[in-house]
Ligand binder design. Structure first.
Ligand SMILES: [Zn+2]
Ligand SMILES: [Zn+2]
Length: 351
């Protein structure tokens, strides 16, 4: 019996520890994937804490319903190692990216193709053991997507940061044809958003981040202009340049970032929020009517969108954002660096 090594969460708020167990045996439609790469995502920090900050001292407890020790990690690419007798098409040796936002298959969201919004989700690395490990068990081969000729690390990060950015940009629906998209927050999702927006829209996006290094990286990656939202002149400069932004993505999700993004909107404008940083946001309700504005939230993306994104990345030859590869054993160090804001681009663990 092969053993699997994992960097496990043994207790909330505590560093990850290595645990070693026997590899699960896939049964029925299940597939065992030997992991090659697993991305490190900002939401892993919240899951490790056991809560999301909601603003003030309010917390959303997310520690329930997860057996410990637990394996975080939801940006997974690997090789099919074994398959159950009913796992059609799961050829051993096939290299695949894993769609992690797996639902129950029976609730209205799942039946509508939105497993990412499932009422009783089985999301990998969130509710079911994920990818900070050498192996992961997948319930059905439909979640395994071919990614050649992309790299394993890039394919892995497309399943969360890439998918989140793509799904958010899709929801801007027609507006990007009427002016540049504003991308707020240039972490992993924001930088992916920049690369995808450049492939989707004719006008290059404008971007905002409080970190000068990240603004520099975005300009090098093709942003038209980069602004510091903490600069009191930024809003005026953006309004002068655009006459009001019609489409914005808030990849930060704090009170400040959403205040900044909504404050830039012109009539008919929309902000799509994906970030989960936390805070409480207030706005004069009359502004919804006066500005005909929309604020919409998204959570990752659907299996169909994951396939669309892989096709788009291949067709438009979208390049990966700067990525640092680290051994699986450094999972905790990678989380610490992310928490301290020491990461430009993405970190990917190598099992
Ligand atoms: Zn993620
Ligand atoms: Zn469901």
């Amino acid at each position: 019996m092969t053993q699997m090594h994992r960097q496990s969460l043994l207790a909330y708020g505590q560093p990850l520890c290595e645990t070693v167990v026997d590899c699960p045996t896939p049964r029925g439609s299940e597939v065992l994937v030997r992991i090659e790469r697993c991305g490190v995502c900002h939401s892993d920090l919240h899951l490790q804490d056991g809560y999301f900050l909601l603003g003030g001292d309010k917390k959303l407890d997310v520690s329930a319903g997860r057996p410990l020790p637990f394996t975080l990690g939801h940006e997974i690419a690997g090789v099919i190692e074994r398959a159950g007798e009913a796992a059609e098409g799961a050829d051993v040796g096939r290299r695949v990216a894993v769609y992690p936002w797996i639902g129950c298959g029976a609730c209205p969201a799942c039946l509508g193709g939105e497993e990412n919004l499932c009422a009783s989700p089985r999301h990998l690395g969130v509710g079911v053991d994920g990818g900070f490990a050498t192996h992961v068990l997948i319930p059905h081969p439909r979640y395994l997507l071919d990614y050649a000729p992309l790299s394993a690390g890039f394919a892995a990060m497309l399943m969360c940061s890439g998918l989140t950015a793509y799904s958010a940009l899709k929801r801007l629906a027609g507006r990007p044809e009427r002016g540049p998209v504003m991308l707020v927050g240039l972490g992993g999702v924001g930088m992916m958003g920049l690369a995808i927006a450049r492939a989707l829209f004719r006008t290059p996006p404008i971007v905002a981040d409080i970190d000068a290094e990240k603004r520099k990286a975005a300009l090098a990656a093709g942003a038209a202009q980069a602004y510091d939202p903490a600069d009191p002149q930024a809003r005026k400069a953006i309004m002068t340049a655009t006459g009001g932004v019609l489409s914005a993505c808030d990849f930060v999700g704090s009170d400040k970032s959403l205040q900044f993004a909504t404050g830039l909107l012109g009539r008919g404008g929309k902000v799509v929020v994906t970030g989960l940083l936390g805070g409480t946001f207030s706005i004069a309700t009359a502004m919804f009517g006066i500005k005909a504005m929309t604020i919409e939230g998204t959570l990752t993306g659907t299996l169909a969108e994951a396939r669309e994104l892989l096709d788009l990345v291949r067709a438009k030859n979208i390049q990966p954002i700067p990525t640092r590869e680290r051994p699986l054993a450094q999972a905790q160090a990678a989380l610490d660096d992310l928490r301290a804001g020491r990461v430009v681009g993405r970190t990917v663990l190598c099992a």
